[in-house]
Ligand binder design. Sequence first.
Ligand SMILES: *[C@@H]1O[C@H](CO)[C@@H](O)[C@H](O)[C@H]1NC(C)=O
Length: 636
Amino acid sequence: MKLVILLLAVLASTQAGVYLDRFKEQYKKIHDASNGYFSKEGVPYHSIETLVVEAPDHGHETTSEAYSYYLWLEAVNGYVTGDFSSFNEAFANLEKYIIPSYQPTLGGYNPSSPATYADEKDTPNEYPSALETGVPVGQDPLFNELKSTYGDAFIYAMHWMLDVDNVYGFGNTQGQCEAGPSASGPSLINTFQRGPEESVWRTIPQPTCDTFKYGGTNGFLDLFVGDNSYTQQWKYTAAPDADARAVQAAFWAVQWAKEKNALSQISDTVSKIAKMGDYLRYSLFDKYFKKVGDCVGKNACPGGSGKDSAHYLISWYFAWGGAMPDHGNWAWIIGDGAAHFGYQNPLAAYALSNVDELKPKSSSAVEDWATSLARQLELYEYLQTPEGAFAGGVTNSWKGRYDTPDSNLTKDTFHGLFYDWEPVYHDPPSNRWYGMQSWSTDRLAQYYYVTKDATVEPILKKWTAWAMDNIILENGDFQMPDHLVWDGVPPEIHVKVDIHTHEIGTASATARTLAYWAAASGDTAAKDFAKQLLDALYKYADTKGITIPETPDMYNRFEEPVYVPSGWTGTYPNGDVIDSTATFIKIRSFFKDDPDWSKIEKILAGGDIPEFEFHRFWAQTDVAIAFGTYGILFDE
Ligand SMILES: *[C@@H]1O[C@H](CO)[C@@H](O)[C@H](O)[C@H]1NC(C)=O
């Protein structure tokens, strides 16, 4: 009898570990140096492969997104091993390389006059966009509070992108400004600046610190902003969904460390992430701190004061910059009036307003995040289609210039914000990709799992049913929805799935969403569906992770013209010339030395787009996290 019980116990314990074992296996591959996920400095690359063009325009760039996934991966590893030191190491690397240390003149910032207004234009060809000093802007209610909390004029936030191998050669390594191609180490860099039609194929990468050493007479500044004269300056842009994901990772690290009696191991790191959450409030404000709600007409819509310029949603970016020290003592900060539902993170807002370890120190921060949490939950309701999927987002600034919206958008506004089916970018439309659905709903499901907030239950029930109806599971394989097509305006919006693809990261994020939903609601069909998705993914395991070849549909755009005003000329550090004959490849000649370049040559010669293998850090870690989460939730 005893023996039988013992045998059962042994069987049960091996059974119990299948998904945690798969986590460990995937984790090991991600950390296997021969696979190349990390640089020599320990920075996670956007992908192993270098010829990758999507939001980053090179695979060995990295993003704040990748860092946020890295933190989350290490939080799960902490749960699995009981040792959270790798979580601390991930954050130390993040802080060292992607929170810009060089912000020399932020002390000269005047929060009563945060930035000078410039229109966003519809197409890149309309840039530079002239600064307009006469357009009213509001007051920044955060700066002095943050300065008094932390004792300095500094923005503690991640810049969104690093050129990890310094491929462009600007050499904006931490604390340095245009140290050039010989500088070793990750270099801060930026891309998009020219409105919704400026896809990666049409953008002009530029340094985050511009002393006019590269580019043209005025560095890169006069490509974007029209002014009478130009001042050497530094500038950074945050992608707030990534900072919010870092907070979300910290939330789980705190929960799991408490379970493992290991909270003291991570308390310093967690308090720094709470500090990030304090500054992350900049994402909740209108671009020019104008009053939020029915803000129509750049001259008519007044500047805000106090918090009336907050929409309380996690917007697409916030940005900050200033003069180089020998050239002036001024700085600027902008928020963003446009919010995509896909960026919302109710779990992060909950953590920053309800979890003691993560409550930021500034006096109004907890209240701001509590307001944000409620507003985000309302947004999901506002944007949900009868089918279940969520439509784009809302904006306080129609067309990025406080234009008059079409009349169909002014009836049922969201707190005076206008519905936008494709906030911020149009090439491709920002809400076409299914991934926004799984990313955001995953956080909503985690929030529901943690709080059992009854208002969220019907929303998730509808979404998960839609997702399960539209994912194809067949013969142990899967096809995810990829392109979504939208019709109508709230409250009458509808969605259709256009094409399906074999996408790794959206499959794992969906599996995790369903797993959290199932664990909270007892929906066994959702649990089973999640399991099937994870099992289908696991079939593609190889030495590098989960590998599924893909055919990137835009890789015929390497010779696409990049708009440069006629007469403007400049150079990149490697000598590539930027002028009105610029194309994507002409200003990125380094791709011609890439191991995959011959594939592009064949496409450019008229061939079909061949298959590529990409190992994106975010997707591979997302799979690992999904395995781990399933194992943790269901003990399987
Ligand atoms: C609103 O109306 C405009 C003008 O008729 C139309 O072009 C647009 O597609 C409509 N918007 C939506 C989201 O249906």
